[in-house]
Structure formats: structure tokens, C-alpha cells
Design a protein around this ligand. Structure first.
Ligand code: MGD
Ligand code: MGD
Ligand code: MO
Length: 761
């Protein structure tokens, strides 16, 4: 029997309360400490927390929200950062005996929570062809095995090298260098499933695929629009910034099908007011947009702006900025005239009045920032929607000056840095040329596979070796069973990991688990203890150095693993001093400085407390697009047509998970305890289907005539627009069709899946 690729279809024991009206407060602090002490023990957890996000400490392995540039509190962490640290610093260990005890099939019967909870991986393991159990293997044998498989491929393009966004800059730089010296650009990464749509839209329109603001800008702006993001859960440290924005007089507008608790009000856990239970109201307006209705809303806002200009010229449109710095304005305006208010209202699910009110707040503010996350990026027309966000900021000139601009809020703590280091299947020619010159080799030019293409290529037998630097490719990817079949067709699958996950159980003919150091741990190499660097969501490069004793003496650091892999695989073919890189990471940073713009005096500046900002021309209104100007764009509405009985489903995160790592089975802010197999539905939609609260249902997705079913979910009535439902990722990933991906960015459409719901029998 093959190990199941899906989490077990079993219900827990749901307890349900009302969604919470304010975020954080004392409960969050007690929760985080309880979690951490429980896993790591009091001493180890105190040691870890003391250095979390401090200057000269280690970078939180959770999200990419930045740290303050100036003074930092002793507690620069949040409940969910504490959970991420607890999960890594746990005292529990799994070694050879564990894998002897459980077969792979038995492990696959366990929940994702259980798999993560068993503890840290301690020693390299191999799963031989047809074997039922993993067994230990030495590091040398593991590297020889991988090298042999890689060398036996007909073409280097038969290998794919995946990266999850926790890899440090140093590890990422070496990894892409190795892949390219091996001869392929097949560097799919988690970003393909995450902010790829933001990167595509921003690069096209403003010339840089990153955000343009700082933390201070956020805290001091007059208007902050937050689209498709749940900061209370996924970027909890953002809440203290949002509180400052409000206290400084700024207004927050929430655009989301759900009014998430973290956008309602915040009770600061480290301030007296918060401890006393007082909360600062956050969003002054909430726009309950329909799933994927944002483009229509943005068109409505732009229409209001044009109307306003007609009645009082020079009022809100920044003609000077438009003339000096942009192109394509007239065409954009002409196109907008074709869109009617009735279409806007119908597609956005919002009233004209609500849209007008939000527009007034935005335009009457001197400065404004728009933040967004997965609610905008994971739809078929995501790139179009984000380009429309850019239009809104260009027409009002609210970009490239203090307190105004664009802020795609990144997910993984170093996902942005990994891209800067060259983890991308289509790095530009300038990067490849410099890389070749610095390392004296010929880099491949043909674009590689992104995540979706890699899955397809494995499925078609065109990729034989899959290597994952972190992450959980199986469970994070769309179409779980299709992806499982793809992985099973490989000759070898390799995962560099800290914790066990389902991806280790659905494998190629042979599989390896290579256990690595986590961020909290001392990384001791021949020249002494090493630090690494990361880049946060706002382009700040900072050092990160762990000080805890490693979970096992047998762990290697990610850079060491890549250096040894490169030596074993490339041998004489590579003139790169891999061994010396492993000994001393300063030597890696010297090379990063030579290849990547913006890293001058890297070793020196990396040691500076608080790090340094990478240059970003947009902040000075320099737009490095083809035209040399910021580009307005035309983004036609193309709504998803639902048939009778169908709903649109988004898949999102609970409060107790980090992507596929499940810390617990609660979703406190949404009032859910002890269950993950949940579908949140509008009450009328339930009534129409004769469904009652907590009724078990099956969900079926419909795409190009193909149906996929996820079984046994409990219906929860919830305040979500009619026609829009929500379920947790990764349980619902079986429903996401691999072919259903965003135009241009090819991000899986995890936030707009066409479904029907029927009673479970
Ligand atoms: N604790 C914790 N922190 C994390 C993560 C985690 O799993 N746990 N993951 C990290 C990663 S990799 C990422 S990318 C980020 C993710 O951070 P988020 O983007 O906040 O993650 P999601 O849970 O997917 O939430 C999506 C939000 O968008 C809304 N939404 C869905 N569809 C639409 C839409 O069509 N329009 C609008 N306007 N809103 C919509 C949903 O209701 C929800 O509030 O968080 C990072 N930080
Ligand atoms: N349906 C649906 N699917 C989605 C999404 C969604 O919203 N809905 N979101 C997408 C997004 S935004 C993202 S970013 C992807 C995430 O995709 P991934 O990044 O691939 O997944 P994670 O769950 O973050 O990876 C967790 C694993 O990373 C390993 N790990 C943890 N720390 C380290 C470390 O320091 N080093 C190494 N080598 N390994 C480590 C552990 O073994 C852990 O099990 O999922 C995507 N998939
Ligand atoms: Mo992400």
C-alpha cells in the first residue's frame, strides 16, 4: 500500500465560540510562553527568546516583517514567532530508532501536527527502493548517492532544486551557484506559490519587484489600505506598527472578505494599557469584498478619482508626477471609462457608497500606503489586480516619497533575500553574466522550471531528481494527489529539513532526509562560529546568529550541505573553492558582494547592528522599466463565472500553523478550537443547501470538466460574502487544480477555487 499523500480524513473534537473582537493581549503572551516552555524547557526557551530579533541576535524564523531600525524592545517577538522558535528548539528528537519503529506508511497515517511534534531530525536517513522504513546513512554515502544520481542524468535539466524561503542568503547564493554550475536553471521556490504575482506586476510597472516603503513610513502614513492579509495571525508584529499608525493619526482600511480580528483592534501585550485589557481600534473602514473582487473595487476607486478631477481639476490627480515620471496614462483613463458602476458593484460585492468613502479617505490623505499579501496574489488575474494597485498610487503620485508607496508583505523570513541571491528560474542576463565572470564557468541561459512546471515535468518523467532545500513541496503545492504522483515518478527525492513532514513520506524510488541546523543554533565551522544574513520585507539585510547547542552533533548547516553536495557532484568540473566557503562564511559574502548589486562592503556592513538597506530606486522616483518611467497599465475585468450551486473557495492559514507546519488545532481569533477540517460558509449559502452548523460535508472542485474531492469537513457559519467560502491549507490543497494558475506569474489559484458542497454520507 502506498503512503497516503493527504492528511488523514479524520475529525477531532470541534469546540466553537464567537470570533474575537480584539487581537493579542495577555492571552497571546501566556500562550506563547506556555508553548515555548512546554517544547523547549524553561532555560532553553528563555535563552532563545532573549536573542530573538535583537540586533546581533537571530532573525525570527517565522514571517518577514521587519524589526524597528532604532530602539528595540526586549520583546521583539510575537505569539507566532514564539511558536516557530518553540518548534525548532524543542527537546524532542527523532533518530534511527524512531524510523525503525514506524514504517513510512504508518507515519503517513499520522496528522501533520503529530509529524511535526515528534521532534527534531538528528541524523541523515535513506529510504531505499521498495523499502518500508528509512534507515540511517552516513553523510559521505548520502552525498555520493546524490552525486551518482545527478551524474547519471541525460541532461542537467532532469534535476529540479526547490528552495523554501527560510534559507539564508549565504545558503541560497551557494545553492543557485551549484545548480547553475551543474547546468540548470531549474530553481523553483515557494515564492512561485506566494508573491510571484507581486514580483511580476511590480517589475513590469515600477521596475523593481519589491516593496517601496520602510517600517517608519507605515507607522507615520496618513492612510494604510490592507488588502488580502491577516496580520493578526501571519504578521503579528505588524499589529504594534498598526497601532502606531492609528495613534499618529493615520487611518486604516481593511479590504478582505472577512473582517479579521487582527484588523479590528489590538491590545498591546507589552504595554500597561494592553495588560489592563484596553485595545486600540484599528481599521476605520472594512470593505467586505467578494473573493477576487479587488480589481473591480480598485477600478471603482480610480473612477471616483477621475470624477473628482472633472469637478475640481488639480484636486487629487498628480498631473506633475504623471507628466514627469509615467507613461500610459491616457490609455488607462480611456479604458476605465468603459467600465460601469453596476459592473463594479456586482463584481466587488461592495456598494458604490462604500467605495466612494474609501476613495475619499485615500485621496484626502496627504500620504498613503497599500499593503497586501496572499489575498491578492493567489488568483488567476492577480498580476492584473496588483498592477491596478500601482495605477492607484501612480495617478495620485503616492509613491516614491516618504510615507507613501507599495508594500507587498512577504511571507517566509528570507523569501525576498533568496530571490536577491539568484533563486529564480529566470534570473536576468546581467546576473548570469556576472556570476559567470566571478566563478569562471558557463551558466545555462534557458529558463528553468518554476513550481508548477516542475510538478508537470516530474509527472511527465522529465525530471528524475528532486532536491528540496527546506520546505514541504508535497503539501504546499497544489493538487496534492497529482503532485504526489509526480514525486513518485522521480528516481531520487532529497529533502534538507529540520522537522519531519509529509513530504518525506511521498517519495521517488529512493529518498534522503538530510537534517540541518536551525536558525537558533550555533553554527561552528573550521574558522569558528558563523553567522548568516537575511533580507526582510522592506529590503533590510541583517545578520542572524544562533547560540543554542545544536539538536544533534550530526547536523550540518545548510551552507555546509551545499558545499559538500557541490564537491561530490561537480568534482574537478568546478574551480569554485567550496571547501573554503564551508570553513568561513565571510568568503561566501565576498562573492555575494562581487555578484549582487547593493552589497558593497558586505562583510563589514553585515556586522553593523541593525544591518543596512538595499538600494531601491523607486524611493527616489527612479523607475528602471523598459521605458525608464513608471507604467500605467490596462487591466480588463475577467470575473470567474460561477454556475448554479457553485461557490468560490479560498484556502488560508489558521492561527496555529506556519504553512504546512501545524503547531496546534485551534484558530483562536476565528473562534475555532480543536479542528482543522472546517469550511467557513455564508449563512444564506448554507440555508440554500439545507446545511446546518457543524454538519459534515464533502467539497468538490470543478475545473475544465475535472472534479476533485476533499472529504469530511465541518460547515461553520461565518461572516463572509455570499458565494465565498474558506478552508484551511494544506487540507484543502487536494482541490487546487495544478493547471489553474495565475496569468504571467503562474501562481496556483489557492484563493479562488470553484467548488460545490454536499452533505457527507
Ligand atoms: N503564523 C504564521 N505566520 C506566517 C505564515 C503562517 O502560515 N503562519 N505564513 C507566512 C507566509 S509564507 C505568508 S505568504 C504569509 C501569508 O499571510 P496572509 O496572506 O495573511 O495569509 P492567508 O492566511 O493566506 O490569508 C489571506 C488573507 O486574505 C484574505 N483574502 C482571501 N482572498 C481574498 C481576496 O480575493 N481579496 C481580498 N481582499 N482578500 C482575500 C483572507 O480572508 C485572509 O485574511 O504569512 C507568513 N507568516
Ligand atoms: N492552498 C494553499 N497552498 C499554499 C498556500 C496557500 O495560501 N494556500 N500558500 C503558499 C505559500 S504563500 C507558500 S510560501 C508555500 C510554503 O511552502 P514551503 O516553504 O515549501 O512550506 P513550509 O510549510 O513553510 O515548510 C515547512 C518545512 O520546512 C522545514 N524547515 C523549517 N525550518 C527549516 C530550516 O531552517 N532549514 C531547512 N532546510 N528546513 C527547514 C521543516 O522540515 C518543515 O517541515 O505554500 C504555498 N501553498
Ligand atoms: Mo508565502
Amino acid at each position: 500500500m502506498q503512503p497516503d499523500a493527504e492528511p488523514p480524513r479524520k475529525l477531532l473534537n470541534l469546540e466553537r465560540g464567537a470570533p474575537k473582537e480584539k487581537a493579542v493581549g495577555r492571552k497571546a503572551v501566556t500562550n506563547s510562553l506556555k508553548h515555548l516552555h512546554g517544547q523547549a524547557g524553561t532555560k532553553r526557551s528563555a535563552q532563545a527568546l532573549y536573542r530573538l530579533n535583537q540586533k546581533g541576535g537571530f532573525d525570527c524564523p517565522s514571517c518577514a516583517w521587519p524589526d524597528p531600525d532604532d530602539e528595540r524592545s526586549r520583546f521583539e517577538f510575537c505569539e507566532n514567532g514564539a511558536k516557530a522558535v518553540a518548534t525548532e528548539t524543542t527537546r524532542k528528537r527523532i533518530g534511527a530508532e524512531f524510523f525503525e519503529k514506524y514504517s513510512v506508511t504508518e507515519l503517513a497515517e499520522q496528522s501533520d501536527y503529530w509529524l511535526n511534534d515528534v521532534g527534531r531530525l538528528t541524523t541523515p536517513m535513506v529510504l531505499e527502493k521498495e523499502a518500508s522504513h528509512y534507515r540511517p546513512i552516513s553523510w559521505d554515502d548520502a552525498f555520493s548517492l546524490i552525486a551518482e544520481e545527478l551524474q547519471s542524468l541525460d541532461s542537467p535539466d532532469e534535476a529540479a532544486f526547490y528552495t523554501s524561503g527560510r534559507a539564508s542568503n549565504e545558503a541560497a547564493f551557494l545553492y543557485q551557484l551549484f545548480a547553475r554550475q551543474f547546468g540548470t536553471n531549474n530553481l523553483p521556490d515557494c515564492s512561485n506559490m506566494c508573491h510571484e504575482s507581486s514580483g511580476s506586476a511590480l517589475t513590469e510597472t515600477i521596475g523593481v519587484g519589491k516593496g517601496t516603503v520602510t517600517l517608519e513610513d507605515i507607522e507615520k502614513t496618513d492612510c494604510l489600505m490592507i488588502f488580502g492579509q491577516n496580520p493578526g495571525t501571519n504578521h503579528p508584529r505588524m499589529l504594534s506598527s498598526l497601532e502606531k499608525t492609528v495613534q499618529n493619526g493615520g487611518k486604516i482600511i481593511s479590504v478582505n472578505p472577512l473582517f479579521e480580528t487582527g484588523l479590528k483592534a489590538f491590545s498591546h501585550p507589552q504595554k500597561l494599557s494592553g495588560i489592563l485589557g484596553k485595545a486600540t481600534p484599528l481599521a476605520s473602514q472594512h470593505l467586505p469584498v467578494r473573493l477576487n473582487g479587488d480589481l473591480a473595487l480598485l477600478k471603482g476607486m480610480l473612477k471616483c478619482i477621475l470624477e473628482n478631477e472633472a469637478t475640481s481639476p488639480g484636486g487629487v490627480i498628480d498631473q506633475k508626477f504623471i507628466a514627469e515620471h509615467t507613461c500610459g496614462y491616457e490609455a488607462m483613463v480611456d479604458d476605465l471609462e468603459k467600465v460601469s458602476w453596476s459592473t463594479i458593484v456586482e463584481q466587488s460585492g461592495l456598494s458604490e457608497e462604500e467605495i466612494r468613502r474609501a476613495t475619499r479617505t485615500f485621496t484626502e490623505s496627504e500620504e498613503a500606503i497599500t499593503c497586501w499579501a496572499m489575498g491578492l496574489t493567489q488568483h488567476r488575474n492577480s498580476v492584473a489586480t496588483i498592477r491596478e494597485v500601482v495605477n492607484l498610487h501612480l495617478i495620485t503620485g503616492k509613491i516614491g516619497r516618504p510615507r507613501s508607496g507599495l508594500c507587498p508583505v512577504r511571507g517566509h523570513s528570507n523569501v525576498q533575500g533568496d530571490r536577491t541571491m539568484g533563486i529564480w528560474e529566470k534570473m536576468p542576463e546581467s546576473f548570469l553574466q556576472t556570476l559567470e565572470n566571478v566563478f569562471d564557468f558557463q551558466a545555462p541561459r534557458e529558463h528553468g522550471y518554476d513550481t508548477v512546471d516542475a510538478i508537470r515535468a516530474m509527472h511527465a518523467g522529465q525530471v528524475q531528481v528532486f532536491f528540496g532545500l527546506g520546505g514541504n513541496f508535497l503539501s504546499a503545492s497544489p493538487d496534492t494527489h497529482y503532485t504526489a504522483a509526480a514525486l513518485r515518478k522521480c528516481r531520487l527525492t532529497v529533502q534538507v529539513s529540520t522537522k519531519l513532514n509529509r513530504g518525506h513520506l511521498v517519495t521517488g524510488d529512493r529518498a534522503l532526509i538530510l537534517p540541518c541546523l536551525g536558525r537558533t543554533e550555533t553554527d561552528l565551522q573550521a574558522s569558528g562560529p558563523q553567522f548568516v544574513t537575511t533580507e526582510n520585507s522592506m529590503g533590510v539585510i541583517q545578520s542572524s546568529e544562533g547560540r543554542l547547542e545544536p539538536a544533534s552533533p550530526d547536523l550540518l548547516s545548510e551552507p555546509a550541505i551545499i558545499c559538500r553536495l557541490a564537491r561530490a557532484t561537480l568534482g574537478e568540473r568546478s574551480t569554485t573553492p567550496w571547501e573554503s566557503f564551508e570553513e568561513n562564511y565571510d568568503r561566501i559574502r565576498e562573492k555575494i558582494e562581487a555578484v549582487v548589486p547593493g552589497f558593497e562592503d558586505f562583510n563589514q556592513r553585515a556586522r553593523r547592528k541593525g544591518g543596512f538597506y538595499l538600494p531601491n530606486g523607486v524611493k527616489e522616483r527612479v523607475f528602471e522599466t523598459d521605458s525608464g518611467k513608471a507604467e500605467f497599465s490596462i487591466n480588463p475585468l475577467s470575473p470567474i463565472q460561477l454556475e448554479e450551486g457553485q461557490l468560490l473557495l479560498q484556502t488560508f492559514r489558521s492561527h496555529d500553523q506556519f504553512n504546512t507546519t501545524i503547531y496546534g488545532n485551534n484558530d483562536r481569533y476565528r473562534g475555532i478550537q480543536n479542528e482543522r477540517r472546517i469550511i467557513f460558509m455564508n449563512r444564506e449559502d448554507m440555508k440554500e443547501r439545507n446545511l446546518v452548523a457543524e454538519q459534515p460535508v464533502n467539497i468538490t472542485s470543478h475545473f475544465q470538466g475535472v472534479e476533485r474531492t476533499a472529504e469530511l469537513f465541518l460547515v461553520i457559519p461565518y461572516d463572509t460574502p455570499k458565494g465565498c467560502a474558506a478552508a484551511y491549507y494544506p487540507e484543502a490543497n487536494v482541490l487546487v487544480p495544478v493547471e489553474s494558475a495565475a496569468e504571467t506569474s503562474q501562481t496556483p489559484t489557492s484563493k479562488s477555487i470553484v467548488i460545490t458542497v454536499a452533505a457527507h454520507r
